[in-house]
Write a protein that binds this ligand. Structure first.
Ligand SMILES: [Zn+2]
Length: 330
């Protein structure tokens, strides 16, 4: 065995690290490479089609932040309306917790509470534009305006005591055009607002995040939706989607309209169904994605990666069969 000199060893190490990084970048970014490694493309092709929407149905989309409704479901929102169903959208937050975003859009290195609130109002405007692109009129949209990144607090420590959002310094709903202006940032107030929306819309189908979605606001909203719909004995009207699915999903990043949207690794065992999009529906989805300028300026390749040949919807929140069916969320 020959011993390598120290500089040679260090060059070899550097080479190995560079190679590993290049492989990772290829997996994330190149369609061909990730298609070779991503066996779930075949699985998506074999998934059953989602139950089609019907004329006269009322469909309610529950979106944690402005953009989630478009990323997960822009295709099905269009299909529901084309079938004669009526779609409403309720956003829980204005997306006012993304500091880097405020720094960029407000052109300041240290965004303060005023900059964060301005970002909230900007994102509310983007949400309305995206909804209009998808054909959902303003009178069927509901901006609840609770704190971005704060939903878990609201349903744990702050169910009755108002929460002060660290970035906006707000402890009550402030965004323009909110459903209940000045409502305190409590779980109780959010629950009351959601109940108002459910009473007004009387939905036959509710599109909600799955409990496996990695983002805390998303899985918290999943629990709330399940609880509220169960109390109404309507939990079977819920359908589940994922936006933060783990392991850089969806790969490859960027716009690859013809590729399938594969099953998110974190919710791998849900009984997924497939919604296939026509080229026109994909085009309109891309237009709605691009209405979120504050987001596409920062992470265009993540946002556009959701414009795919299909979308995914699960009729159940947990895996339905197999030995691990009773295990907690994956
Ligand atoms: Zn979100």
């Amino acid at each position: 065995m020959t011993r390598l000199s120290a500089p040679r060893r260090s060059r070899l190490w550097t080479g190995a690290v560079v190679l590993a990084l290049a492989a990772l970048a290829a997996w994330i970014n190149l369609p061909l490479v990730s298609r070779v490694f991503d066996r779930s493309s075949a699985r998506v092709a074999a998934l059953p089609a989602a139950t089609p929407f019907r004329a006269g149905q009322r469909v309610l989309m529950l979106s944690p932040h402005p953009d989630d409704e478009t990323l997960c479901c822009a295709g099905m929102i269009q299909q529901a309306q084309a079938a004669g169903a009526q779609v409403s959208i309720a956003w829980m937050t204005a997306g006012d917790g993304f500091e880097f975003d405020a720094a960029l859009t407000e052109r300041t290195l240290r965004p303060g509470p005023q900059n964060m609130r301005a970002l909230g109002d900007t994102r509310v405007g983007e949400a309305r534009r995206a909804a209009a692109v998808l054909g959902v009129p303003a009178q069927r949209t509901y901006m609840l305006g609770y704190p971005d990144g704060g939903l878990f607090r609201l349903f744990t420590t702050n169910f009755t005591v108002p929460y002060t959002a660290p970035r906006t310094r707000a402890d009550a709903v402030y965004v323009t055009g909110a459903l209940t202006p000045d409502a305190p940032f409590t779980g109780q107030a959010l629950e009351a607002d959601l109940t108002r929306v459910l009473d007004r819309v009387q939905p036959d189908v509710v599109l909600a995040p799955a409990p496996q979605d990695f983002h805390t606001d998303h899985h918290t909203l999943s629990y709330i939706a399940l609880q509220l719909m169960s109390r109404r004995h309507q939990a079977d009207r819920l359908r589940y989607w994922v936006v933060h699915g783990g392991l850089e999903w969806p790969v490859p990043k960027g716009l690859h309209e013809a590729l399938p949207l594969t099953v998110p690794p974190l919710a791998n065992r849900l009984p997924w169904t497939r919604v296939d999009l026509t080229p026109e529906q994909r085009g309109r989805k891309l237009e709605a994605v691009r209405a979120y300028r504050t987001q596409t300026e920062i992470e265009p390749r993540f946002m556009e990666a959701f414009v795919r040949a299909n979308e995914l919807l699960s009729p159940e929140p947990l895996p339905t069969a197999g030995p691990a069916a009773d295990a907690p969320p994956e």
